[in-house]
Design a protein. Structure first.
Length: 729
């Protein structure tokens, strides 16, 4: 017969509760966590799980004792509130967000404005007070407790929940159901009553909304199913799950679609008269072969003095999307287009993004342009900014433009090769001034008609890609410089800034690179040169993708702000985003502000722009996270089909739980779990990032080339389990 667990509700035969110390401890912790919030007696009983008469009597006695001691105060409505000054002092000021790194513990990353000299605090999962990843919480230190170099603390108050809706797979049982969240940082299942599951069936992907955070005996959150996304594992269900997980919109509201349809697409003679006319100048676009929205075009003509006039022409979205309009409000909310593996979630409705604003071939379009007179040595002699009307003579794919660069043949091959030559000179000048050569390896998927991945192909960045990039950088840089120079940076503007790297993160990255066998010299004196030398050294090597990704992560994040700071990675004193208003809202703001200053108007107040900059920076991160999640899903789905096949890989990370390996062929990362390494008992050497066999002394360390096999995949969690092949001595 199963042994019953001890409970606060159980009393001894003589009527006295043997768990009085436990009750008192529970009550103390309960009020400690409440801060200034009061509790009724009923709430105290419920939160402490006290239900039998004896335990309630003991609790009331203890409450009155605490009131007598001045540690609690009973209010007129009968509620009790904590008055312990020591407790209040211990709980003040330490506020941050939960980063729940694994099931056993989390870090609370403190707010930047805290007076503490530490960045984060180590917290056991049992001390999180039901807080989950992303929640904003108040904590206090545990006296004398620490974990390595980190002080240890506990959550005493949940200030703000990061979210109350989650995506996961549902399991329906006779008397209840539970949802296992997809998010790998959520370590608790969500309880759902049978009448709250809707039409969901076992193994469906669902969206569940939390109704109660501390429900049930196991303290699982209680929720209700608000949307059934489909059967787990199916493409539509999984992509919709990612969209729901990152709160991406499934469609435009009807009033937004209606506003888009009402737009007048006719370009009138009156409007053309207000603009510089570039329709007779050779102009073309260069984009991916599957692109539908064409933000930018390049024009080129030879001048009588031998120089070249190069125009960077950008869709004039701000002409059609007016401030305060329905379209504008929706664009602000979305802030950016999101590019998942098999679909785009656009910032603007299709009529705008793929139609009236898109610089399609053989169509006249309203544009906003940066036009440069450039000599053969890529020196800028003159520049002009303003609204224009253009006509695209040709739509090139990157592959078609690259063909003309390599063969020197085909329509417009002279123009494209001239632009390519200038682009290379602009790039050299950038790197001479300290720009950093970050060239991360990206992947694309070959999909069948149902979205199933048939192959993973690394994207190649050739001269045609770099040509377009250099001229976009040129326009962005000079627009920012123009506005800055008007009034020494005092005029309100939207800048794209990138701070210098954090020295501690840079030092950690350097040590990491050394583990791969690379020397990083001079990093403290000339960061750019040291990193560029390393990037050159790792080209074509198995660890290239790992180290490039880690290098970028060690850098500060680029953000939108109104302060005229520089861009470290590009080595520009001032930089902005002017070239993609169809897919980025900051570019729309930049167009409006630039026209404002071209019209000789006074600077607007910065407050409104600051808030939108913060919002768009957050939305940009959300889009990036969602895009990575969709890539990871497709990688896991593809690797499902190649289980039991050996792959070459490189060790990209080592933890006490296992070894991360990036498969060289597909750029997919999986884990060899320590528990599966059964040829010996392996110990984790944290200092040297390696696993060492206790008997055979075999060492697995960062950068090692290994052979692995896929043994399991989990679509829901987007994880790949690997095993080493040929481990025998």
């Amino acid at each position: 017969m199963a042994k019953k667990k001890k409970s606060l509700r159980k009393s001894s035969p003589n009527g006295r509760n043997p768990n009085v110390p436990a009750i008192r401890r529970t009550i103390q912790e309960l009020f400690e966590a409440q801060g200034d919030n009061s509790l009724s007696v009923k709430q105290i009983f419920a939160k402490a799980g006290i239900r039998d008469k004896n335990s309630r009597r003991e609790t009331m006695t203890f409450l009155l004792e605490l009131e007598h001691e001045g540690l609690l105060k009973q209010l007129q409505n009968g509620h009790f509130v904590n008055t312990d000054p020591a407790s209040a002092a211990a709980s003040s000021g330490l506020v941050g967000r939960v980063d729940h790194v694994n099931k056993r513990f989390a870090y609370v990353v403190l707010d930047n404005d805290t007076d503490e000299e530490i960045d984060d605090v180590w917290v056991k999962s049992e001390d999180l007070m039901n807080a989950i990843d992303g929640d904003r919480v108040e904590i206090k230190f545990k006296r004398g407790a620490s974990r390595g170099s980190k002080p240890e603390g506990k959550v005493i108050k949940i200030i703000e929940r990061a979210r109350n809706e989650f995506v996961g797979k549902i399991e329906v049982l006779p008397k209840y159901a539970f949802v296992v969240p997809d998010n790998r940082k959520i370590y608790v299942d969500i309880f759902v009553y049978p009448e709250k599951i809707g039409k969901a069936k076992t193994d469906d992907k669902v969206l569940v909304k939390i109704k109660e955070w501390h429900g049930g005996k196991a303290k699982n959150p209680v929720g209700l199913v608000t949307k059934v996304l489909g059967k787990a594992g199916e493409n539509e269900a999984e992509i919709h799950s990612i969209m729901a997980e990152f709160e991406l919109p499934f469609e435009f509201p009807k009033n937004v679609e209606k506003a888009a349809e009402a737009i007048d697409t006719e370009i009138t003679k009156e409007e053309i008269k207000k603009r510089q006319d570039f329709r007779d100048i050779t102009t073309f676009t260069i984009d991916p072969d599957d692109a539908k929205d064409f933000d930018d075009a390049i024009s080129i003509q030879k001048l009588k003095n031998g120089n070249h006039e190069i125009g960077v022409h950008i869709a004039d979205v701000s002409h059609y999307v007016q401030p305060g309009s329905t379209l504008d409000e929706e664009a602000i909310n979305r802030a950016t287009s999101v590019y998942l593996v098999d679909r785009t979630i656009p910032m603007l409705p299709e009529k705008l993004s793929n139609g009236v604003c898109s610089l399609r071939p053989y169509e006249e379009k309203l544009t906003f342009s940066a036009v440069f007179e450039i000599d053969d040595n890529a020196n800028i002699k003159k520049k002009w900014f303003g609204r224009t009307v253009t006509y695209s003579d040709r739509r090139f794919t990157y592959e078609e433009a690259q063909e003309r660069i390599e063969s020197g043949e085909g329509d417009f091959h002279e123009e494209i090769n001239l632009l390519n030559g200038l682009a290379k000179k602009f790039k050299k000048k950038r790197f001479d001034k300290g720009a950093i050569n970050f060239e991360t390896v990206e992947v694309k998927f070959k999909l069948d008609e149902n979205g199933k991945p048939l192959g993973i192909i690394p994207k190649e960045r050739k001269d045609a890609h770099k040509l377009v990039e250099e001229f976009m950088l040129l326009a962005n840089k000079h627009v920012a410089e123009y506005v800055f120079n008007l009034n020494g940076g005092k005029d309100t503007f939207v800048y794209r800034t990138h701070d210098n790297p954090n020295p501690d993160k840079l030092e950690s990255f350097t040590k990491f690179a050394v583990k791969f066998g690379h020397k990083v010299t001079g990093i403290n004196h000339d960061v750019s040169s040291a990193l560029n030398k390393l990037m050159d050294d790792i080209q074509g090597k198995p660890e290239q993708n790992v180290l490039e990704s880690l290098a970028i992560r060690s850098m500060s994040k680029a953000v939108y702000i109104t302060d005229p700071k520089g861009h470290f990675g590009l080595a520009f004193d001032h930089y902005t985003h002017f070239t993609s208003p169809i897919r980025r809202y900051p570019d729309v703001m930049v167009h409006r502000l630039l026209q404002h200053y071209l019209s000789k108007k006074k600077s607007p107040k910065a407050e409104e722009y600051k808030e939108i900059c913060r919002h768009t920076s957050e939305r940009e991160k959300r889009a990036s996270d969602a895009e990575r999640a969709s890539i990871k899903f497709k990688q896991v789905e593809f690797m499902q089909s190649v289980e039991n096949k050996p792959f070459e890989g490189v060790i990209s990370g080592v933890t006490e739980f296992g070894i991360f390996v990036e498969i060289t062929e597909t750029k997919c990362e999986g884990m060899v779990r320590a528990a599966s390494m059964t040829d010996d008992f392996y110990e984790f050497d944290e200092k040297n990032y390696c696993m060492i066999g206790k008997r055979n002394k075999r060492v697995f360390t960062l950068g090692d080339k290994v052979t692995v096999m896929v043994v399991a995949t989990d679509i829901n969690r987007r994880t790949i389990d690997l095993e080493f092949v040929e481990l025998d001595d």
